[in-house]
Design a protein around this ligand. Structure first.
Ligand SMILES: Cc1cc2nc3c(=O)[nH]c(=O)nc-3n(C[C@H](O)[C@H](O)[C@H](O)COP(=O)(O)OP(=O)(O)OC[C@H]3O[C@@H](n4cnc5c(N)ncnc54)[C@H](O)[C@@H]3O)c2cc1C
Length: 375
């Protein structure tokens, strides 16, 4: 039994309902609202706040490490791999100009990849280093990567032999980013409904019927599914599978030398400094099956490996204690590393599968999803 006031103010039928209030969903809603200012655009987020990968990630503002890019080129061909770099690069520029470096805590700390000289991936990178830089030049506008072996000691690292650095990457504060994006979306007229867990979605008779866990029913003429790693729950045949990533954060480490973002072992591990502490994540390769889940949680085997990495490579010979551990759920597209942005039926668009790169490409994915809705 709703009052006329509730029906008019809070339960209006939206022109567009966006399921999922992460970076993809919020930007999609914002872009649609800008294109159709008179539309009522409603974001349905099951958490009290955004609560997916967008607020669980490592805050790397990066376009890809040399070993990742060269491996992608070998597997998919140069053109496709370079297109993906361009998307990431453009996405980062757009994100920074849309929200502002200060507000997202962007710092041009530089990005790094460290290697053991015996690693076959190192051989690949060493052999193709100049060619890779030449390939990237037209996209990035300046030389991307430099060898920086001296930096290994200055950053306090140990047990690795070689390091590549790019000055074109940086780190940001994912919490500030999402808070600013939410503030901006609301200030431009997007409605955000928290604790709105969509449990079913059905397209019929010219509209999409959404049911929420609290029993609410919403009928919307257009819907965007931006639930990323949780997409299989609403769209079982989407081809998006969940992939959990585990993270730990140490307490501040006195005299920490580490500065910047780092990739290690094919990017299976990534670490950075954060407020004088170390944030470290990865290790999914240790238990691919166990980490193919959308359940939050950490596992002993992965957390122990992360701690060993701290002891042996990142802050050797320094006492540390862990302040916080968490996990986040990514979405991977079964057909490869590119996200899925397509129609699912006449009135539903799905935008998901941003893998480990949503900070960089989220804004671009959202722009494409909003354009598809508008068609
Ligand atoms: C540990 C970790 C580290 C990462 N590090 C980086 C990094 O350093 N740099 C980078 O570029 N990328 C990184 N990523 C990837 C990046 O965070 C994601 O690609 C990006 O956040 C995806 O954004 P999204 O909005 O599509 O999904 P999400 O942020 O996951 O948003 C989906 C939203 O949908 C909501 N939702 C789900 N189901 C429902 C439902 N049924 N009803 C209502 N709401 C629902 C969720 O609560 C969530 O808020 C990392 C990811 C993880 C997990």
């Amino acid at each position: 039994m709703k009052s006329v006031w509730e029906t008019g103010a809070f339960h209006r039928t939206p022109h567009l309902a966006v399921i999922g209030g992460g970076i993809t969903g919020l930007f999609t809603a914002l872009f649609h609202k800008r294109a159709f200012p008179h539309h009522h655009v409603l974001v349905l987020e099951r958490g009290a706040f955004p609560s997916g990968a967008s607020v669980k990630n490592a805050g790397f503002a990066c376009f890809g490490s040399p070993s990742e890019l060269l491996t992608d080129m070998e597997r998919e061909g140069e053109e496709r791999a370079l297109q993906r770099v361009e998307e990431r690069w453009l996405g980062l520029q757009e994100l920074r100009s849309e929200l502002g470096d200060d507000r997202i805590g962007f710092e041009p700390t530089g990005g790094h990849e460290v290697f053991h000289a015996s690693d076959p991936l190192y051989t690949l990178v060493a052999e193709r280093f100049d060619a890779l830089n030449a390939d990237l030049l037209p996209i990035l506008g300046s030389k991307a990567f430099h060898w920086d072996d001296q930096g290994i000691a200055t950053k306090g690292l140990s047990g690795v032999d070689r390091m590549v650095r790019t000055g074109l990457e940086g780190a940001l504060d994912s919490g500030s980013l999402m808070a600013e994006l939410l503030r901006k979306a609301i200030s431009e007229g997007v409605s955000f409904r928290s604790s709105a867990d969509v449990v079913s979605m059905e397209e019929a008779e010219g509209r999409v019927d959404l049911r929420l866990a609290d029993g609410t029913r919403i009928l919307a003429p257009r819907v965007v599914v931006a639930t990323n790693g949780y997409s299989h729950r609403l769209v079982p045949d989407s081809g998006i599978r969940p992939a959990r990533g585990q993270v730990l954060l140490t307490h501040p480490v006195p005299g920490l030398k580490l500065r910047g973002t780092f990739h290690y072992e094919e990017g299976y591990y990534y670490f950075r400094d954060l407020g004088g502490a170390v944030l470290l994540g990865g290790g999914r390769n240790l238990d691919p099956e166990g980490e193919t889940t959308d359940k939050d949680g950490t596992s002993l085997v992965i957390q122990q490996r992360l701690e060993r990495l701290l002891r042996e490579v990142i802050i050797p010979d320094q006492a540390f204690s862990v302040a916080q551990r968490w996990s986040g759920v990514m979405g991977f597209h079964s057909t490869g590393k590119d996200p899925l942005i397509e129609r699912h039926g006449e009135r539903i668009v799905i935008a998901a599968g941003l893998s480990g790169m949503g900070v960089a490409i989220g804004i671009r994915v959202a722009r494409k999803a909003a354009a598809l809705v508008a068609e």
